[in-house]
Design a protein around this ligand. Structure first.
Ligand code: IVH
Length: 664
């Protein structure tokens, strides 16, 4: 086959996979295979630069940075939407439409109102030629280079398309990508974005498209602007389907509904899904589905009469920061918390917001008395997004974390390189003791029913319990003597405590509250170790286990080196706490201390999977081939490592041989 054909076939293949992945949400091949096709295309194009076309899937990045954005005049203005904030306003909207259309029941499409920024994509003869921001609705900025880096925007349309087509839609940054971006920004000491919309806007307004390319942006189309033919479908929902057939992504949540009743139940339904959606929305949009009816209705000033945005209650609100308080967590972490003048944020009254740590406070320069914007997203703790510096009083003072624990007066220290400052009081600190006990008895840990927060607080206040083992020594008389406890409640708690003595090793480990050992790490540890083995393990050995990093390993080893921790464990066992012994995964260490290197692509499993399976059998998996390497596992496309292994005479295993080895 001649090179140009080979290249063309590859492009068709890649575009087809893009379509399945981004538009149909139904990928046909694993990511690794997709990457392989892309690399193949890149290699061929590198050898034959004369064959590169502007719509090649490789041409999304690499354009020269701009010095300024040029202006684009929109053929058809980009409109906005009228807003409604409650059901009454929606009913009014529907009444107006009924009157104008002289009909009783109207069909609508209901769509999420995506919280990003509107753009217009212009395709000429199927090729993406211009992408522009909304700007003032009439003139926007040319952001074509940046938009090309958004992977779910097709550079070329599929199938039969009009010669000229303008597609309108929203560019958003998914929540997960936003969180990650801000982490990276923070690590680099760069600008933190207040919300995904700002981050999306900031990313599209980069002069260097290489920066945009690193930002996790996504596009959804919701309307058509200019189009060079009139044979478009006669409903909005069919137009959306048509857009999908041309290869443009459309939000999956779009739906055709009947009448205002249908709209309002859609609203409720999306509201319950809101937190679980991968991107932020600030409401829903209802559009008259029938295009002829849309045309009859027309426009008022800058918005269509046939559509309305039904907004969700705001997730951000303005309030006053009354004071900065300090909380001591289970592991002694000192967290500054903003005490706020209570304010309604998206339907929930918020009176506290986390300020994370001293660095965050410094960065935002938050002070007591400030007027602040608080933000609540889902069920995460509300946050202070920013302060309104112009409203600050001249006498306000910067906040500094105390250097003594506000609860036990022990020293507060902050280890260099860590963001968090901690109280050094350990279980001597009543705050830490209270929370360690609460954690110990919690449902996912020892599950002692009926021993709630308030009861634990009484135990701590009355100095009845210093550590978890003490719980098992309390007498009926001691329980019954507590406030709001009687004989009956004492019986109940004591029977829950008795029940808790039969536990699993994983739960027990989790209950101990070792730092960095959450539920899943505890489970992994319990699969690989029994108590005695875990006590004697080393950081190095722990780190061989998938999912256990150096920090967790250090905390685990450190925990078991503290004699008082061992004492507590033995006392718990003496009190009758026990768990069934299970067959450990590591009991079959047939590959103990053998050193493996994995290279190339495996077809039956990922390299990570192979690594963890080998480790479970006691093998060590390293990255570089040396004389010490026992086996090199060579998958497809193995490169330099294979050569080196051959040179050094290292035994080479094919994937099938590896499978055999893992089976035996
Ligand atoms: S339709 C002619 N549909 O909301 C109507 N807009 O407040 C044009 N938006 O500028 C807009 N999701 O940026 C439409 N499903 C959706 C939308 C949506 C978000 C944005 C868009 C528009 C703004 C108007």
């Amino acid at each position: 086959m001649i090179i140009s054909e080979q290249i063309q076939q590859l492009r068709v293949k890649i575009n087809e996979h893009n379509y399945h992945y981004y538009v149909l949400d139904d990928p046909k091949i694993p990511d690794s295979e997709y990457d392989r096709l892309m690399r193949e295309l890149q290699t061929l194009e590198a050898k034959h630069p004369e064959l590169i076309t502007v719509d090649s899937p490789t041409q999304r990045v690499g354009a020269e940075p701009l010095t300024i954005f040029t202006e684009v005049v929109h053929d058809i203005p980009m409109l906005s939407l009228s807003n409604a904030f409650n059901a009454t306003e929606i009913h009014d909207f529907a009444e107006r439409l009924k009157e104008n259309l002289q009909t009783e029941i109207i069909e609508y499409t209901a769509e999420p109102k995506l919280d990003g920024l509107a753009i217009s994509l212009r395709y000429e003869n199927g090729l993406l030629v211009t992408a522009a921001t909304r700007g003032n609705g009439y003139r926007g900025e040319d952001v074509t280079q940046n938009v090309k880096t958004i992977k779910n925007i097709p550079l070329r349309l599929r199938g039969q398309y009009p010669a000229i087509l303008e597609v309108r839609g929203e560019v958003v940054m998914p929540k997960a990508g936003f969180a990650k971006l801000n982490q990276q920004q923070e690590a680099k000491n760069e600008k933190i974005f207040a919300n995904p919309r700002n981050a999306a806007a900031g990313s599209l307004r980069q002069l260097d498209s290489n920066v945009t390319a690193t930002r996790p942006l996504t596009f959804f189309s919701y309307a058509i602007g200019t189009v060079s033919e009139i044979n478009l479908p006669d409903t909005h929902s069919a137009i959306l389907q048509q857009l999908q057939q041309w290869g443009l992504p459309v939000a999956r949540q779009n739906q055709v509904v009947n009448g205002i009743k249908g709209c309002l139940s859609y609203y409720q339904n999306i509201l319950t899904q809101r937190d679980a959606l991968p991107f932020e929305i600030d409401g829903v949009v209802y559009k008259v589905n029938n295009i002829e009816q849309q045309e009859i209705l027309g426009f008022i000033s800058k918005a269509p009469r046939w559509a309305i945005a039904h907004k969700f209650p705001a997730q951000e609100a303005l309030t006053k920061l009354l004071a900065i308080e300090v909380q001591v967590g289970r592991t002694g972490a000192i967290t500054p918390v903003a005490k706020l003048e209570p304010v309604n944020v998206g339907g929930v009254t918020v009176s506290h917001a986390t300020l994370h740590n001293q660095d965050e406070i410094n960065r935002k320069d938050v002070r007591a008395g400030d007027t602040v914007i608080v933000r609540r997203a889902g069920d995460v703790i509300p946050e202070v997004v920013k302060i309104l510096i112009e409203k600050r009083s001249a006498t306000s003072q910067p906040f500094v974390l105390p250097n003594k624990c506000p609860v036990c007066d022990s020293d507060v220290v902050r280890i260099t390189g860590e963001a968090v400052a901690r109280c050094t009081g350990g279980l001597h600190c009543p705050a830490q003791r209270q929370q360690a006990l609460q954690h110990f008895v919690s449902r996912q840990a020892m599950d002692i029913e009926g021993l709630g927060k308030k009861l634990v607080a009484q135990l701590v206040e009355n100095n009845l319990v210093n550590n978890p083992a003490d719980i098992y020594d309390l007498t009926h008389k001691q329980w019954a003597g507590l406030e709001r406890m009687g004989d009956k409640s004492a019986d109940n708690v004591m029977s829950s405590i008795a029940k808790s003595k039969t536990v699993t090793f994983a739960r027990f480990l989790y209950a101990l509250g070792i730092r960095e050992v959450g539920e899943s790490t505890a489970k992994i540890l319990a699969e690989q170790f029994d108590l005695e083995k875990l006590r004697r393990t080393s950081e190095h050995e722990l780190q061989q286990i998938m999912d256990i990093g150096p920090v967790a390993a250090k905390h685990i080893v450190n925990f078991f080196q503290q004699i008082h921790n061992i004492e507590v464990i033995y006392r718990l066992q003496a009190a009758g706490v026990h768990w069934p012994t299970v067959r450990l995964l590591t009991s079959r260490q047939t590959l103990r201390d053998k050193i493996f290197v994995l290279t190339g692509t495996l077809s039956q499993m990922s390299r990570d999977e192979a690594k963890s399976k080998l480790q479970q059998l006691g093998a060590k998996v390293t990255n570089t081939v040396s004389k010490k390497t026992d086996y090199l596992v060579a998958g497809e496309k193995a490169g330099s490592k294979l050569k080196k292994a051959k040179d050094l005479g290292v035994k080479i295993l094919e994937e099938t041989e590896l499978a055999e080895l893992l089976k035996n």
